[in-house]
Ligand binder design. Sequence first.
Ligand SMILES: [Zn+2]
Length: 341
Amino acid sequence: MKVVLIKRMMRLFVMLYLGLITCVSFAHESHPVSYHAQASKESASFLALTSWLSSLPGPLKSMPVSSVEESGFMMFDALNPEQQDDNRPLMLQTIDDRVVDRQKSKSPTNGPSLLGRKVRIAILIDDLGYNRRGMLGALQLPKEVALAILPMTPFAHQTAVRSKEQGRLTMLHAPMENERELKLGPGGLYARMSEKELKAALTKDIDSLPGIQGVNNHMGSLLTANQKSMNWVMQTLKQHHLFFIDSLTSSHSVAGKTAKKYGLKTTTRDVFLDNIRTEKAIDRQFSHLIKVAKHRGEAMAIGHPYPETLSYLKKRLTQLNKDGVVLVPLSQILSHNAPSL
Ligand SMILES: [Zn+2]
């Protein structure tokens, strides 16, 4: 009798154990993090991780989607232009959002097959201004590549003048407050600013760069999600007849939407080229840019004045024929609607 009881208890124990194992493995496999961890694209797994984190209660919930992009740091000794020549590590001061993907609002309705038009890509290099080598490298890229400059930085004025002389589209790279409290450098725009303060700061940024035609945000995961601040930004840009590019450093950005509301010419960044600064990774991002462009008819990428990015683009942009795409100035892919205020 006793033996039978022990045998039954052992069987029950084994069944409970097997049941537990099954439950755990099911939960593991069905979990978005585990699923995406097997996916080939790093961005997919990161976004899955962040979306999972944001679904959690407590402090983890506040982890921003753009945490990777704004995990950069500012190298303020770079402010001394004399130290900026050649062999120093380039542009360590800024990292824009490199994570948030923009696949949301644009449709393939104006795709090339429908209009018989060539597939178009546009490229913007931003974060310029701190570094002479970055400036010189960017100025050697094809004239269709636009440049965006951080205001009141050592090479800001010179970069703007030389870029304009080349007939190149030149922009202000407006520093905007981020969720990680990373320093913005001169001319920063903050959510705590009043309407008067923010508009004055932005106007000063604009006035510091001769001949600019548009603006995109540097960082800005906090500010671009602030509707009130974005209204003031777009009102100021409208007054100065400038277009706006949303760098999309936060999935909560209302910047692009607000630019449209005010009737500004605008578009949104599709791809960051150099979140990972290796030729292989940049090449992968460039292929992604072409893929998006082929799907939709056009796409735009943002890169940074890293030696790896500049040398890659210098070579790669001469080989676009084989891809069946054409590099166009950023101004040619801006959309323009009537204001909807
Ligand atoms: Zn930037």
